[in-house]
Write a protein that binds this ligand. Sequence first.
Ligand code: EPU
Length: 355
Amino acid sequence: MLVENNVALQPYNSFGIVARAQRLVRVREEADVAQLMASPEWPGGATPTARPFVLGGGSNLVITGDVKPLVLKVEIPGRRVVEETPRGWVVEGGAGENWHDFVAWTLAQGLPGMENLALIPGTVGASPVQNIGAYGVELQDRFHSLEAVDLQTGQPFTLDAAQCGFGYRDSVFKHVPAGEKGFGLEGRALITRVRFWLPKPWKPVLGYLDLERKMAETGIHAPDAQQIFDWIVAIRRAKLPDPAVIGNAGSFFKNPTVTPEQCADIIARDPKVVHYPMADGSIKLAAGWLIDACGWKGKSVGNAGVYEKQALVLVNRGGREHPCTGGEVMTLAKAIQTSVYERFGIRLEPEPVVV
Ligand code: EPU
């Protein structure tokens, strides 16, 4: 186990923001964590300031300056089929595996179920943190369990779905621990492996408008999982910027939910507002539409901008050479929040982690 000093973080965040980690350790197996915790390098995890920062794929991250806490970069590899039963398969990925490659691997093994989650940037270990989701499937729909190490005690532990407290782009891993007025495991759990449950018989999830369009265009009404995977890849490529080309962190804001009364009020003023009724009676609004309606598409603050094809995505317009700063991203985000609040009375909540 090697502690690296003054490490450039630009390659490790999908915005391509320039920043440095004072100290960084690469975690390649569970034993690395135990070894680190026993060494004098370990800062102790008890207080929020001393707590290490766990870095996955950096695809849901805005870095606003050099990172002072010890950075644990999770690089644990591994893909395996854990078991097959008459009811389904359990597959496992090391936390450091690239998410999209892992999804592609499951399909190559003939195991369908994760195809709607193709091309989401990031790592397997980060996927439960914000309960990633797309095109009608959320991670929690395919989640089995995960392995993690407690950064306070050094003990490994397992969590099932209920213990992860999944919500819309939310989980226990995004909330501060008990004792700090929270109930969560933020900064406390280092996820090492994630297991997924792929039920038999496979059922395609095709309810999303973009997928219905693909079926109509191609005349394929009973696509297999690989076909759906290919469509999702094409849909995402057409709409979302490739972080390897234009830095970004995916959707920057969560889609807000409002009461039917609030929604009726907005519809009275803006009849075109995109809204979806939810099972619990609330109404979800498309944040991208709200931002677009406020005229933000294509606007910039310094080198941080609002993507021309999808107002929900903030992008780095300066490339690797003259990248935006985290400060510019957050100034732009705050200006968007203010204008959406002034026009619609809705507070947009950012999706990425800000450090
Ligand atoms: N819209 C606009 N203008 C825009 C952007 C969107 O009018 O600039 C409208 C669209 O026309 C559409 C609606 O808003 O009617 C919703 O847009 P879209 O279908 O593109 O999906 P989204 O709600 O913006 C969510 C997820 C994405 C996920 C897609 C597909 C969130 C915050 N985002 O986006 O997730 O890929 O659905 O399922 O829930 C991510 O979290 O990083 C992410 C990319």
